[in-house]
Design a protein around this ligand. Structure first.
Ligand code: C2E
Ligand code: CA
Ligand code: CA
Length: 717
């Protein structure tokens, strides 16, 4: 029997063991001062394929334990030097893996010893005399559960560090008493320990005051309507503001305890990086123009608002610089880059508000023109091309660029922006191969009838002002913090004798082209000021937003005109906010800055309109004296499901906050959009949720009866 057992305290290499006894690699330590027992144990266990090492007293056992890290220890109770209990206690202390099975060999019916064994840290016990069949089963079982225990502990540790890294904690909200229970990681997420937020009220106290009503409303929704909870909110703890994301779901705990289980995560840093990444992802870094993605999004937006019944069209244009590589060779790479930047700048100056622009390739640009007819659109394109063909001055060089241009037309060629853009690109390639400047994708039948209609509309516009066909409507703007109407935007309408009420996107470009915009713009200014003054006189404290068209803004006597209108109407300048568009403000930054400064000096407010889709470099924005940023509707529309739009809005609000500007989101149509918008830190909203543009009298009724949408969902406290 002795001969086929490994030598005491030595571990035979696997190859030297007979095939039947192949060690499993698991080392067992047997500790017993009784040599026959030890030998028997060793015999039985090594036949099972274990590698057995032995010690005859506690001290020896501890040395082997530290040296070999056995997978399991069998430990006799009665031993000289150090008895089994003391050895067990010390082994547990040494046990790095925390959970190595320690099985004690006790006398049968020695209940005290069994008790003692467990309190010393033993995993299990086996009574003497040993039942050998049972022994191997017990050993295997202990090894397996030890292994499982280690895995559970390891994955728990992994989970803990994952939570720590992700700044994630778990929580439970008991609806019966509003008590909150948190996992240990709460401190890392909120900067406070769980006892400090044991009740819902204590959590709400940490929430930023501006977010509190919204948070309460959403919690109520979850409580009353079982709606899953998902929100981002600002919390202030330890003198720091953090943005945390709270998610949860209704569940049941125990007999009839309704609870909400959830997670909370600190997303401050995440959102900051996302915002930056996303801005970069939507803009070309050389020219700062929108890229293809943003262009397509903008096109989809414009396409959805196209008035098809009236024959309105959208031109999607692909513009390619002819033989750009030649210029690059001549100017060097830096010179080529400069040329592209200059071209982008010029293009920017040429697009009007409703046109979009993007750099879609190295020397390729895309352009969107919305027009009443194809002919009118092509006219606009031609006038843009005329400007683009003018020379560029680069240091010592003068460069003239030529282009090949492809055009796709919606709705004739479809309404999918991506398809249209590809079609335009195909047309451009064809144009280049045929040495033609501009090619419309598919020859279209001459739309003579539409053209004459445009002419008729244009003629009618000339007389619209004197016939008193223009009127203003006002769209309310609500401050989120107070839930009150604090301002309106004045929007122009044209009551055409036969066409009915024409929306401004259809006639403002025409007014601009016809040179009528200044006259009409002045009328808008006067009418809006008269209305603002009327509201003042009845004690209504409303800020009135007035849109300035690009042409109007560039007029040399704009400042004098405004001053005069203010004097004549007697309106308080502080109640007026002029809305200008990014592209417009960027045209001539230096004089724009001067003009805006003068307007603000007499008390007017300035808002940047349609912010986010445009082209402004942030640096410009920092230099512009403005009061308000109006976030374009495009971003609000998808806010509830498009992460990219969310991060842009957050980036804009962050910029606004840093610069002390007020931020208004346009086009808020639903409560859900409103919740998201509010969470992102926006101050005011404008949109159908609050009210459509309406007559002044109607607006007064709205204000008198106004209840914040969704207010009925808020908690009473
Ligand atoms: P804008 O300055 O961006 O005005 C906001 C537009 O969004 C308005 O369209 C408004 O009716 C619409 N809108 C507001 N809330 C919502 C919403 O929740 N959902 C949707 N789908 N749309 C919403 P409107 O009145 O057709 O004006 C279009 C544009 O015409 C204005 O865009 C502005 O650029 C220009 N405009 C309007 N009035 C004037 C004016 O008096 N002078 C000048 N120069 N431009 C004006
Ligand atoms: Ca506006
Ligand atoms: Ca706008």
């Amino acid at each position: 029997m002795q001969s086929d057992l490994p030598l005491r305290n030595t571990m035979p290499p696997a190859s030297s063991a007979p095939a039947a006894l192949l060690p499993t690699g698991e080392v067992l330590l047997i500790v017993d001062d009784d040599t026959p027992t030890r030998l028997l144990l060793r015999g039985v266990l090594s036949r099972q394929g274990f590698v057995v090492i032995e010690a005859s007293d506690g001290m020896e056992a501890l040395a082997l334990f530290t040296q070999h890290h056995p997978a399991l220890v069998l430990l006799d109770v009665m031993m000289p030097v150090l008895d089994g209990f003391a050895t067990c206690v010390q082994m547990r202390a040494l046990d790095q893996d925390a959970g190595t099975p320690l099985i004690m060999l006790t006398g049968a019916n020695d209940l005290k010893a069994i008790d003692h064994a467990f309190s010393a840290g033993a995993t299990d016990f086996i009574t003497k005399p040993i039942n050998w069949t049972l022994l191997t089963q017990r050993v295997r079982y202990a090894l397996r559960s030890g292994q499982l225990g280690r895995e559970v502990r390891r994955s728990h540790l992994r989970q803990l560090s994952a939570c720590r890294i992700a700044k994630l904690a778990f929580w439970e909200w008991r609806l019966s008493d509003d008590s909150l229970h948190w996992s240990d990681d709460l401190y890392a997420v909120l900067g406070v320990a769980s006892p400090a937020v044991a009740w819902l009220g204590e959590l709400l106290a940490l929430v930023h005051p501006d977010d509190r009503t919204r948070v309460q409303r959403l919690l109520t929704l979850t409580r009353q309507a079982n709606t899953p909870l998902e929100l981002e909110l600002r919390v202030r703890t330890a003198g720091e503001e953090r943005l945390v994301r709270l998610v949860g779901e209704r569940g049941v705990q125990g007999a009839d305890q309704a609870v909400v289980f959830g997670a909370v995560q600190d997303v401050t840093a995440l959102r900051q990086t996302e915002a930056l990444v996303d801005y970069l992802a939507l803009h070309d870094d050389l020219t700062d123009l929108p890229n293809r993605r943003l262009f397509l999004r903008r096109s989809a937006e414009v396409l959805s608002t196209l008035d098809l019944d009236d024959g309105e069209v959208l031109l999607i244009i692909w513009l390619d610089i002819a033989r750009f590589h030649r210029h690059n060779e001549a100017l060097g790479e830096a010179g080529g880059d400069l040329l592209l930047t200059r071209l982008a700048r010029r293009l920017r100056r040429l697009v009007v508000v409703q046109d979009a622009l993007a750099r879609v390739g190295g020397d390729e640009f895309a352009l969107l023109i919305r027009a009443a007819t194809l002919a009118a659109g092509l006219d606009r394109l031609e006038s843009i091309l005329v400007q683009l063909r003018r020379r560029f001055h680069l240091a010592a060089d003068e460069t003239i660029l030529t282009f090949s241009v492809g055009v796709a037309v919606a709705p004739e060629h479809g309404t999918d922006p991506n398809q249209l853009l590809m079609l335009a690109q195909d047309a451009q390639r064809l144009a280049r191969s045929q040495a033609r400047a501009v090619l419309v994708a598919i020859p279209l039948p001459p739309s003579q009838s539409r053209f004459t209609e445009t002419l008729a509309v244009e003629r009618a516009l000339h007389t619209a002002l004197e016939r008193g066909e223009f009127f203003l409507v006002y769209q309310p703007q609500m401050e989120l913090r107070t839930g009150t109407i604090v301002g309106v935007e004045a929007l122009l309408r044209w009551q055409h004798p036969t066409l009915g009420v024409v929306p401004p996107v259809r006639f403002i470009p025409l007014l601009e082209n016809l040179g009528l915009i200044s006259e009409v713009g002045q009328w808008v200014l006067e009418e809006a000021c008269r209305q603002a003054q009327r509201w003042e006189s009845v004690g209504l404290n409303l800020r009135v937003g007035i849109n300035l068209s690009p042409r109007q803004f560039l007029e040399p006597n704009l400042f004098a005109t405004i001053q005069q209108v203010i004097a004549e109407t007697g309106v308080q300048p502080a109640h007026l906010e002029l809305e200008i568009t990014e592209s417009l403000a960027m045209q001539d930054p230096t004089s724009a800055i001067t003009l805006l400064g003068r307007l603000r000096a007499i008390g007017l407010k300035i808002a940047i309109d349609d912010f986010g889709i445009g082209h402004s470099s942030l640096e410009y924005l920092l230099r512009f004296p403005i009061d308000t940023i109006k976030i374009d509707r495009t971003f609000v529309t998808n806010i509830t499901h498009a992460q990219a739009d969310r991060v842009i809005v957050r980036a804009v609000t962050a910029i606004g906050q840093t610069m002390g500007l007020s931020v208004i989101a346009e086009g808020v149509e639903t409560l859900r959009q409103c919740d998201f918008i509010e969470a992102l830190g926006v101050h005011e909203i404008q949109g159908y949720l609050i009210g459509k543009p309406m007559a002044a009298a109607q607006l007064e009724t709205l204000i008198a009866e106004f209840v914040r949408p969704g207010a009925d969902l808020a908690l009473s406290d």
